[in-house]
Design a protein around this ligand. Structure first.
Ligand SMILES: [Zn+2]
Ligand SMILES: [Zn+2]
Length: 53
């Protein structure tokens, strides 16, 4: 893994969207997405998963 990519990556704010969120099917998304940089499963960064106060 490149250290440069890791430095540019914000751990608490995933820019990756799950395929369902990308298709605007938010209720179908299980909160997982694929990190295209590391090719690992990561957290879906869509706002629909954020808990509302
Ligand atoms: Zn969503
Ligand atoms: Zn999602």
């Amino acid at each position: 893994m490149s250290n440069k990519a890791a430095a540019a990556y914000h751990p608490n704010k995933s820019p990756h969207l799950g395929p369902d969120c990308r298709d605007n099917k938010h209720p179908a998304c299980d909160g997982r997405a694929l990190n295209i940089i590391t090719d690992e499963v990561t957290q879906c960064g869509c706002h629909c998963h954020q808990e509302k106060p």
